[in-house]
Design a binder for this molecule. Structure first.
Ligand SMILES: Nc1ncnc2c1ncn2[C@@H]1O[C@H](COP(=O)(O)OP(=O)(O)OP(=O)(O)O)[C@@H](O)[C@H]1O
Length: 504
């Protein structure tokens, strides 16, 4: 007896693909469409938070119902003693994994929300039930099917997927392809592009890989770092029925530009009493307190003193460090996430950033898009982001408040305003308009806007030479991107040419 009907087999094959797809990649929508055929509804190109949505996403609920029926039918056959081909068992296992993830979605979500409200997120009350469910599907009527599975690892992976989804979906807002690419990149940074391989083996070592986030100020680099840091794999201890660490306590941001070199060293490496003037007692640094499954976030890494770059290079290379004034070798067990709005390539060129250090940082790179870039692709994101701000302060009248601020922006700043301070500036603009009924942009912002207006006028009048046009275009793009590297990428020029155009 075959485990599936031909239609079920097709469904199981599609589910196996959907279950392992990056949920923030447009491919996911294609699989959903393939599975649901005429039942598919909606035309969203990418999956993003619908702040003003009145109807929930129906596709997911429909697929879940199909998978539940498929799993129920197949497991009943297996319980009745049906034999299945290895390929069928593989498809069955994938469908069960998808189904169980769905079944426990709410429990995981509740754990995450409770953790954000201050409760420890280690104890798993539903562990025994989960383990029994897994056994029921994978050893029907006590029969070994030969499907290799470890319920504790499954639980750890499920919790990680749920956390990653939560931190990426609910916090990185925007419907533009640029925002979608960012969410997709963050997901890859957590799970790689091959989720099966990640679950099999890579989950053990991804903490050794440093993530470097670059992008202009106010574009969400810390948001991205937090999403990655709070979504690390945390093993589940089945003896004690709890996760070995609390994910909420595993993210340590250190703003390197706010501290003197000595303080940075002391914050990161710790010190011994008397190591420097003012070191009255021993101090344990972040590299030492960071849990094995946590992360230290080094913000503004481009500002780091050369002598500390050397020390950190050693940590990234060998994972070993010493407290200031101490000779004992200690091990850093966590992950490093670094961010900068500086153009590190230009910094290397200027002799301010070590090349060898850069190559230790750049194994996993993520670039955050400017707000202008997002609005160029999806102008309605302005209102969407304003809605996010409005919901924080006045949820009951968020839509009208966001609409009012959007109208003010369109009237007074115009739809082409460059937003040099990015989403952070938009948030400040929102507050200013809400409080004072107006917002005055900074001088730099105005001049970037003026540059655009005067260039547009000159183009319309056919007044510019090709040289001057390129120079001005580079200046406008640079005002949006904030770095030579990004400007070069956007314009297709070499970054040295960009630099020359900007300084001519
Ligand atoms: N895509 C986004 N979705 C939602 N909020 C965002 C997004 N990008 C930025 N923000 C918000 O903008 C503000 C600034 O973000 P964040 O501090 O992460 O920026 P940053 O790039 O680290 O800035 P800096 O380089 O100045 O440290 C935060 O309130 C953050 O929540």
């Amino acid at each position: 007896m075959s485990l599936f009907t031909p239609a079920q087999r097709r469904l199981a094959a599609a589910i196996a693909k959907l279950g392992y797809t990056n949920p923030f990649h447009p491919q996911r929508i294609e699989w959903e469409r393939e599975i649901l055929g005429e039942e598919f509804s909606g035309a969203q190109a990418v999956w993003s938070l619908q702040l003003a949505a009145t109807t929930p996403d129906q596709n997911h609920a429909r697929i879940s119902a199909h998978v539940a029926t498929l799993v129920r039918d197949a497991s009943a056959k297996l319980e009745a003693g049906a034999k299945a081909e290895p390929i069928e068992l593989e498809l069955y296992a994938d469908a069960v994994l998808y189904h169980l993830f769905d079944e426990y979605r709410i429990e995981f979500q509740q754990m995450i929300e409770a953790a954000h409200a201050g409760e420890p997120a280690t104890q798993v009350r539903f562990w025994r039930k989960f383990r029994d469910d897994v056994a029921r599907y994978f050893t029907p009527a006590g029969r070994e099917l030969g499907i290799g599975y470890d319920p504790a690892h499954m639980l750890a992976c499920y919790f990680q997927f749920r956390r990653a989804f939560f931190h990426v979906y609910f916090f990185i807002v925007g419907r533009s392809p640029a925002a979608a690419r960012l969410r997709s990149m963050v997901w890859e940074s957590i799970f790689t592009h091959d989720l099966r391989r990640y679950q099999r083996s890579i989950y053990r070592c991804l903490g050794d890989v440093t993530t470097l986030i670059t992008g202009p100020s106010g574009t969400g680099k810390e948001l991205v770092a937090r999403a990655i840091g709070l979504s690390r794999y945390i093993p589940f201890d089945e003896e004690r029925g709890r996760f070995v660490e609390d994910f909420c306590t595993g993210f340590h941001p250190v703003n390197l530009s706010a501290l003197s070199p000595t303080l940075i060293e002391s914050e990161l490496f710790g010190h011994r009493r008397g190591a420097f003037t003012g070191a009255a007692a021993d101090r344990v640094g972040w590299l030492e307190t960071c849990p094995a499954h946590g992360a230290v976030f080094l913000d503004e890494i481009g500002e780091l003193d050369a002598s500390i770059q050397v020390k950190l290079l050693r940590v990234l290379q060998s994972r070993m460090f010493q407290r200031l004034g101490d000779t004992v070798e200690r091990r850093f067990p966590g992950k490093v996430i670094a961010a900068t709005n500086r153009d590190l390539v230009a910094e290397i060129d200027a002799g301010r950033f070590r090349e060898d250090f850069y190559y230790r940082l750049c194994a996993d790179r993520i670039t955050t898009p400017t707000l202008r870039e997002q609005l160029d692709e999806s102008p309605e994101d302005l209102e969407h982001l304003l809605l996010m701000s409005a919901q924080r302060v006045a949820p009951e009248e968020a839509e009208s408040l966001a609409g009012e601020v959007a109208a003010w922006i369109n009237k007074h700043l115009g739809p082409r305003y460059p937003w040099p301070g990015n989403v952070r500036e938009l948030e400040q603009c929102f507050r200013n308009v809400m409080i004072h009924g107006a917002y005055a942009p900074a001088v730099a912002a105005k001049s970037a806007g003026d540059e655009w207006e005067s260039t547009a006028r000159a183009i319309r009048g056919g007044e510019l030479t090709a040289e001057e046009l390129l120079r001005r275009y580079c200046r406008i793009v640079h005002a949006h991107c904030g770095s030579y590297e990004q400007t070069a990428k956007r314009t297709g020029l070499d970054w040295r040419t960009v630099k020359k155009k900007l300084t001519e």
